[in-house]
Ligand binder design. Structure first.
Ligand code: SF4
Length: 344
């Protein structure tokens, strides 16, 4: 099966605002000798739309464990068992959240991501979170993303009014695969929350996990669902099966598959913030820096329940590969940047 060369692939992606599905399917299935051609195409697009900037995102697990939901990959579900099951810890107070935002900024963060392990935020959660967000907005030049589960219209409006820039809620996998991953809420529930967040005035961050799929169609279904939702930011996580979760039998994706999928996502979403997200260190291993040629963003300083690279290690990787750090405060000085953080 032949595919267009790198220059042609990049031109199609930029001209059509994403390659069409039949071409994406050919790219996904292309033989190993096409790896560098495909990454070159993704890099040409990334260079055109995001230059060489890299956005660091730092996570705060603000309310841990004991979640009522049964997402099969998650060690924060109350149904997870074994040594990696995360014991519940209540919501951090406002000072702790603001301090964490300051540390994230000092580590180079473009965005500070506040996460709670909940089906959705309670009004009491928001009574604590919203004033903390307001303080961060006043005191620290960093973007704020919240990932709190399923929203109602009124709660989405409250978060947006407090200054939350972006709301994360991942689709995780394709609609057809989802009920094998989670039974306590539906894929459509997730879509509704993404729409609600955007309707309230926040950007949408929405991605998934490579490794939950049964075939390439699942991955492409996910990628094109995200395109239909027109989300601003796409975190691509790489499954790192946690002992005690329902997904311990899953086979983690190889480094080459991770890079190929990031490249295909870039070609489908030329102007969207694409993040090489959770599981990067474990799954990409020695190929981590290659991710930067397709993705314009990474998490640093670890994840919700697992460790990751320290920020100094990631800063060195970024510099070694010829990229540079992009800061939230750079936005004000970049007239080419649209409100959604994407150069047009
Ligand atoms: S809703 Fe979030 S925290 Fe809860 S089980 Fe699912 S992924 Fe884990």
């Amino acid at each position: 099966m032949t595919i267009p060369n790198a220059a042609e692939l990049a031109a199609i992606s930029l001209r059509e605002n994403g390659i069409p599905r039949d071409l994406a399917a050919r790219v996904v299935a292309a033989p190993q000798e096409c790896d560098l051609e495909i990454l070159d195409a993704a890099y040409r697009v990334r260079r055109e739309t995001f230059g060489h900037g890299v956005r660091l995102h730092v996570l705060l697990n603000a309310k841990m464990g004991g979640c009522s939901e049964d997402c099969g990959f998650c060690s924060q579900s109350a149904r997870a068992v074994g040594e990696t099951n995360v014991p519940p810890r209540p919501l951090l107070d406002g000072d702790a959240i603001v301090d964490a935002a300051r540390r994230a900024h000092d580590a180079g963060a473009y965005k500070f991501c506040i996460v709670t392990a909940t089906r959705g935020p309670s009004d009491r959660d928001l009574d604590a979170l919203c004033p903390a967000v307001e303080r961060i907005k006043r005191e620290i030049p960093v973007g704020i993303c919240c990932s709190l589960g399923i929203l109602t219209e009124q709660r989405a409006k409250r978060l947006a009014a407090s200054g939350v820039d972006r709301f994360n809620h991942n689709l995780e996998t394709s609609e057809s695969r989802y009920e094998e991953v989670c039974t306590t809420h539906t894929w459509r529930d997730r879509v509704e929350t993404v729409k609600m967040a955007r309707a309230a005035g926040m950007e949408a961050c929405c991605g998934g996990i490579l490794g939950l799929e049964t075939n390439d169609d699942d991955i492409l279904d996910l990628a094109y669902s995200l395109r239909e939702l027109d989300v601003e930011s796409i975190p691509l996580n790489f499954l790192d099966p946690r002992p005690g979760t329902a997904r311990t039998d899953a086979i983690a994706p190889t480094p080459r598959r991770c890079i190929r999928t990031l490249a295909v996502f870039r070609l489908i979403h030329p102007r969207r913030d694409i993040r090489a997200a959770g599981g990067r260190e474990v799954n990409l291993r020695s190929m981590q820096s290659m991710a930067l040629y397709a993705a314009n963003s990474i998490f640093t300083e670890g994840y919700l329940t697992t460790a990751g690279n320290r920020h100094d290690v990631d800063l060195q990787m970024i510099a070694d590969a010829g990229f540079h750090l992009e800061r939230w405060s750079d936005r004000a000085h970049d007239p080419a940047e649209h409100a959604c953080g994407v150069r047009g």
